[in-house]
Design a protein around this ligand. Structure first.
Ligand code: AP5
Length: 222
């Protein structure tokens, strides 16, 4: 059965970090809507030009655009063995649309993991985060590499345009209003799990692995 995972959580919870690691370890496709949008901005595509102001202000890109991007991606052949979604869905409308897509795909259920981290820690992580200006890679916050060049491509590390303290606060309040209701949308499902994200990344990863395996095993017995 395909493993279809949604990584949920507020900005800075570590969704991207864990989605990357999990998808790589399980050979699944990772779909990060934030990464897709940042790539469009970098390439100055029509979508990138349209979305830049919205993202820099910490607001959400409209549902129709995001649903269109994810729908197209989820029907490509490399998504059929399973996927890890990072940053989608973010609104109830997106979640409802994703449920419809899952029915159309006939490729197993959704496993939803909420990564929980206290707000003060989120603000600290985001205001100190540095990403590569060239390939988007996150500098490791634990090895001091943020002051050096990117290990992957040699690019320069910079602050994300939406990581200033004011914009982070805006993103957190939008998360609370638009995305937190999704936890209630999913909570009653047998495949919903919560993980404590305020631990070292390796510990979070172990907890996440166990939660996802447990949810997948439960689903296969239903
Ligand atoms: P997106 O890129 O998805 O941003 P986000 O959800 O705000 O999440 P972040 O990337 O900031 O955080 P993360 O949880 O992935 O944490 P990370 O692993 O990087 O979206 C950006 C924008 O695009 C949105 O604001 C919106 O405008 C638009 N958008 C995207 N999807 C959309 C959608 N579906 N609908 C509408 N608009 C959409 O970690 C953060 C930092 O913490 C890093 O430095 C990391 O190294 C560090 N860290 C990670 N884990 C740990 C740990 N356990 N301990 C200590 N530090 C850690």
């Amino acid at each position: 059965m395909a493993l279809n995972v949604i990584m949920m959580g507020p900005p800075g919870a570590g969704k991207g970090t864990q989605a990357e690691r999990f998808a790589h370890a399980r050979k699944l496709l990772k779909i990060s809507t934030g990464d897709i949008l940042r790539e469009c901005i970098k390439l100055q595509t029509p979508l990138g030009l349209k979305a830049k102001q919205t993202i820099d202000a910490g607001k959400l890109v409209d549902d129709a655009t995001m649903i269109g991007i994810v729908r197209e991606r989820l029907f490509k052949p490399d998504a059929m063995n399973g996927f890890v979604l990072d940053g989608f869905p973010r609104t109830v409308a997106q979640a409802e649309e994703l449920d419809g897509i899952m029915v159309e795909r006939h490729k197993g259920p959704l496993i939803v993991v909420e990564v929980v981290v206290p707000e003060a820690e989120l603000i600290k992580r985001l205001s100190t985060r540095r990403i590569c200006s060239s390939c988007g890679w996150n500098a490791d916050p634990f090895d001091g590499s943020a002051g050096a060049r990117c290990k992957r491509c040699g690019g320069e590390f910079v602050q994300r345009t939406d990581d200033s303290v004011d914009v982070v606060k805006k993103r957190l309040s939008i998360y609370e209003r638009e995305t937190q209701p999704l936890v209630e949308y999913y909570r009653k499902r047998p495949t919903f799990r919560t993980v404590n994200g305020a631990q070292p990344p390796d510990v979070v990863a172990r907890e996440l692995d166990a939660s996802i395996d447990n949810a997948a095993a439960m689903e296969s017995h239903l």
